[in-house]
Unconditional design. Structure first.
Lengths: 447, 394
């Protein structure tokens, strides 16, 4: 096992962390697929409103590569296909039947798995609709099934507030993880499994599985950071990443021949009714995961995917295919009199300019900007927390000046979009969003 | 509290897009944001943000400037009363200090803000908090006798040419306060140097003025003959090391007390606002250069060469400059090693100018401005070296 220390980064201690216990929810009435949330995918629908579908029926495919399909997480009737601006497909809602039909996929026994060829496994994963769980660095697109990646990185815990604890979602599924590893070994010559030194792991997990033990503050557990710390040559840049929980889905598909629909979601945040792990379905409605009525609690924000990288979800929306986290925080849109001159006993901060920096107590955070946007004053705080050393303040300026070459030289493509540069910026500049946008633009040009 | 919020809420429509006073929106915004952190929320990712904003950032610099400011106020009054033979008790001295210093501060803030508002309104950018610091730094670098109109011209030059023509706070390449001071230094040298500008002398009792020497320690040291020791001459002029450290001597208003300046620097470093690299680098630069010159000192060489380098730290404006001016993040380099080099060269140049350039008794102002120009280059070099080590990813 290789130990890797990533010094830069920041752990924000906040209240509302999910307890390491799981609560199961009853089957919801509806589930949905959100084509809008699939990275770079150009969806072509294969069904219409009113069609009957089974668990595992094709709902849409990627026009860029029709072999990449997205399957139904539920059996029942297609209730609604909702479009957004410019005909973007926002969601495909499926009303579940009491008895859901299931599409059968090819399954592999242990011995078959040993002898399986790469091609047969790739085909099984494509047919089973889970190829999209692989994400290719550096852009996060779904990889081309024909290419062999330099390595596949499995991240068990990114330690972003809040993602499910490995100890919770891996509990009792250690075999599946091992089977998943077997599958990946067929797909790539090198498979790296990273866990964080401080992560709780299930006791049944054999140590031999783990190849890299990372330490350091968030985002040390990220696959991109691991690659940045370990890579020796440019050929290694196009590694694939898959998260621990997604690997379990993949293994379940291959082992059982059924499209897996179970998801463990970390439910947290100061306004969540309860803070724990929820065992639910892929594509479940968000209010149902939160245990709330739609629109509650007022002046709150539903964040899907962690407080640094996630997106704001409408309160009647659904869990997207990748989502494993729902955090409910106050909007924080209250004005504060003489806010800049207060001692700040409870103000969340990385700096030492508030009294709260003297205590170790977790902060109660909200989604307020806590200031106004100003020009960059070159304070360098963003560089202090950048785990991949891209010098965000300089990279930002080269992006804004359209100096593509310069920003690439800074390592723009190594950016893991951890969001910390934006978090610490006293000028309240959306640095991470600018870098992410530049990266996506560049991808549009080269592919 | 509620009623303040109501005032703003009521007058807001006037300043919004189609309102009568829409032009003055930056002014409204600046005033409102002085009272309230507006309840803006995050739009893009990183839903949660640090509570530190630029206003708080700059407030800490002002907080750290308060001790030198108050001491400068006292010292200006003290030197003035000493020169005129008036009472040296606390209260009269402070009153005198207020009369001398406050008008300068008010002029600096007033005129500077006028320019800020003008540019903000025309260029349609928010009024940045950076000026809060500039507006206080600038008068503290002036002699107490500075005519107010000259101070107004100086701050105008600093704000307009030093900052606004580049696009405002964050885009300037030179420290605005020092740019203003440099302008005055070259435009009105008679009011910026010499032995008579460092104490306000008015309504003096006869005789008292003649007995008072308004020369600064640096000026005295500049006149020391070969084969004399500067330390001894300063001692004889009643400027022992401890007095230089504490700061009760004629000089620029806020810059005489090295002790308070270094204390302010320590506060800024502890809260993470100022870079210790620049400050420590600067001190090392002074000491290294000082000791190096000691090494070349001979009986026939200038007395400056043999001066104990620690005197350089406490004389003149070095401490003030390195603590508050050199650490301005906008004009200092952003890279860590570059900051060391930047600080070191400021220290070195300060000593070199003092020792080898008799036209300028003080070197810190020019050293900082000179290194301001070099900070992009220093950054550039370090970034190139750093990028070379990366595994290419395109």
């Amino acid at each position: 096992m290789i130990s890797i220390h990533s010094k830069k980064g920041f752990d924000l201690p906040i209240t509302g962390s999910p307890l390491p216990e799981t609560s199961s929810r009853e089957t919801p009435a509806f589930v949905a697929l959100l084509p809008e949330k699939m990275p770079f995918v150009k969806p072509r629908l294969k069904i219409k409103e009113g069609h009957q579908v089974q668990v595992g029926s094709v709902i849409f495919e990627d026009k860029r590569n029709p072999a990449i399909q997205f399957l139904s997480p539920g059996g029942g009737m297609v209730q609604e296909i909702a479009f957004g601006p410019r005909r973007v497909i926002k969601k495909v809602v499926i009303k579940l039947d009491a008895e859901e039909g299931r599409v059968a996929f090819s399954r592999f026994t242990d011995s078959q798995l040993e002898d399986a060829s790469r091609a047969s496994l790739v085909e099984a994963i494509l047919k089973g609709g889970l190829w999209c769980l692989f994400r290719e660095l550096p852009f996060g697109d779904i990889p081309d099934p024909e290419t062999a990646p330099p390595s596949i990185i499995i991240t068990l815990d990114s330690r972003e507030p809040f993602q499910p604890h490995p100890a919770v979602y891996l509990e009792g599924k250690e075999d599946l993880l091992a089977a998943g590893m077997k599958i990946l070994e067929k797909l790539s010559a090198a498979v790296h499994v990273s866990i964080h030194k401080e992560s709780d792991m299930p006791t049944g997990l054999s140590d031999g599985l783990v190849t890299h033990r990372v330490s350091g503050p968030y985002p040390a557990g990220d696959g991109g950071v691991l690659l940045y710390r370990t890579k020796k040559a440019p050929e290694e840049n196009r590694a694939w990443c898959i998260r621990g929980q997604d690997l379990l889905l993949l293994a379940e598909l291959i082992k059982t021949g059924r499209y897996p629909v179970e998801r463990t979601v970390a439910l947290g945040g100061s306004l969540a009714r309860e803070q724990l792990h929820v065992s639910t379905r892929l594509g479940a409605p968000l209010p149902y995961i939160a245990g709330e009525d739609t629109g509650n609690p007022p002046r709150s924000r539903y964040i899907v995917g962690g407080i640094f990288r996630g997106y704001t979800a409408e309160k009647d929306s659904f869990l997207d295919l990748y989502a494993t986290s729902l955090t409910i925080l106050p909007e924080g849109d209250k004005k504060e009199l003489f806010g800049f001159a207060r001692p700040g006993l409870d103000k969340p901060t990385r700096s030492r300019t508030f009294l709260s920096s003297l205590s170790k107590a977790p902060f109660t955070v909200d989604c307020g900007l806590h200031g106004e946007q100003r020009a960059c004053i070159n304070c360098g705080y963003c560089d202090d927390v950048c785990a991949v050393d891209i010098l965000p303040q300089f990279a930002l300026k080269s992006v804004l000046a359209d100096e593509v070459e310069e920003s690439l030289a800074h390592g723009l493509l190594d950016c893991v979009s951890c969001g910390l540069c934006t978090f610490v910026c006293p000028s309240k500049i959306d640095i991470c969003a600018v870098l992410k946008g530049a990266k996506a633009d560049y991808y549009e040009e080269i592919r | 509290m509620k009623f303040i919020a109501d005032i703003f809420d009521k007058s807001r429509p006037l300043f919004e897009k189609d309102g009568k006073l829409a032009k003055w929106h930056p002014l409204f915004e600046a005033t409102e944001s002085f009272f309230f952190i507006p309840g803006l929320t995050t739009r893009a990712d990183a839903h949660v943000r640090d509570s530190l904003d630029v206003k708080r950032f700059m407030s800490f610099v002002i907080l750290a400037l308060i001790p030198p400011f108050l001491f400068g106020l006292y010292n200006a009054g003290y030197q003035s009363n000493l020169a005129t033979g008036a009472s040296l008790e606390l209260l009269p001295v402070i009153l005198k200090g207020i009369l001398i210093v406050l008008p300068l501060v008010i002029v600096s803030y007033g005129v500077g803000f006028l320019w800020e508002i003008l540019f903000a309104v025309i260029r349609k950018h928010p009024i940045s908090e950076g000026f809060l610091v500039t507006g206080l730094l600038f008068p503290l670098t002036l002699p107490p006798t500075m005519p107010l109109w000259q101070a107004a011209v100086g701050i105008s030059f600093g704000v307009v040419i030093g900052k606004e023509v580049f696009g405002g706070t964050g885009r300037n390449i030179l420290n605005p306060a020092l740019t203003g001071r440099a302008f005055l230094f070259f435009a009105y040298p008679a009011k910026m140097s010499g032995d008579t500008v460092w104490a306000v002398v008015d309504g003096a009792k006869t005789g008292a003025v003649d007995a008072f020497s308004g020369a600064t320690p640096l000026a005295i040291a500049g006149l020391v003959n070969i084969q004399e020791k500067i330390e001894a001459v300063l001692q004889a002029a009643d400027y022992p090391f401890v007095k230089l450290l504490l700061g009760l001597y004629p000089g620029s208003i806020g810059a005489t007390s090295a002790l308070l300046c270094f204390a302010g620097a320590a506060v800024l470093v502890v809260v993470g606002i100022a870079s210790y690299r620049v400050i420590v680098g600067g001190v090392l630069g002074v000491l290294a250069t000082g000791y190096l010159l000691n090494f070349f000192a001979a009986d026939t060489s200038s007395a400056w060469l043999s001066l104990n380098p620690f005197y350089h730290l406490v004389m003149g404006g070095f401490a003030f400059g390195i603590a508050y001016m050199a650490t301005d993040p906008v004009t200092a380099p952003g890279m860590e090693k570059a900051k060391w080099v930047y600080g070191f060269f400021i220290g070195m140049l300060t000593v070199l100018i003092r020792v080898f350039n008799p036209a300028y008794p003080e070197g810190i102002m020019l050293a900082i401005l000179f290194m301001n120009l070099f900070s992009p280059l220093l950054d550039h070099i370090e970034i190139r070296l750093k990028i070379k080590k990366r595994v290419i990813n395109v």
